[in-house]
Design a protein around this ligand. Structure first.
Ligand SMILES: [Zn+2]
Length: 80
């Protein structure tokens, strides 16, 4: 899954919570409308979580258990 070129470089800092507030809002707004970027972020998020859990690989629950949401996309963005 490839993200839109324009947002590609925002995704990594976003995952590390190093993205500026303004860009986060722009990216979240875009994510609420873009399946491709959401899929990309989801894939990356999974990769990062696997790295995060690397020390706990013997515990299957850590790998296959419920994943916490990385970003709030449940509400469609409303421009008001
Ligand atoms: Zn996109």
């Amino acid at each position: 899954m490839n993200p839109c070129r324009r947002y590609e470089e925002s995704v990594i800092p976003f995952l590390h919570q190093e993205l500026g507030r303004k860009k986060v809002i722009t990216l979240q707004k875009h994510l609420s409308q873009c399946e491709r970027c959401r899929g990309y972020l989801d894939e990356l998020g999974h990769v990062f979580q696997v790295i995060e859990n690397h020390g706990a690989f013997n515990c299957n629950a850590q790998v296959t258990g419920v994943r916490r949401p990385l970003y709030p996309v449940t509400q469609p963005f409303r421009a008001e």
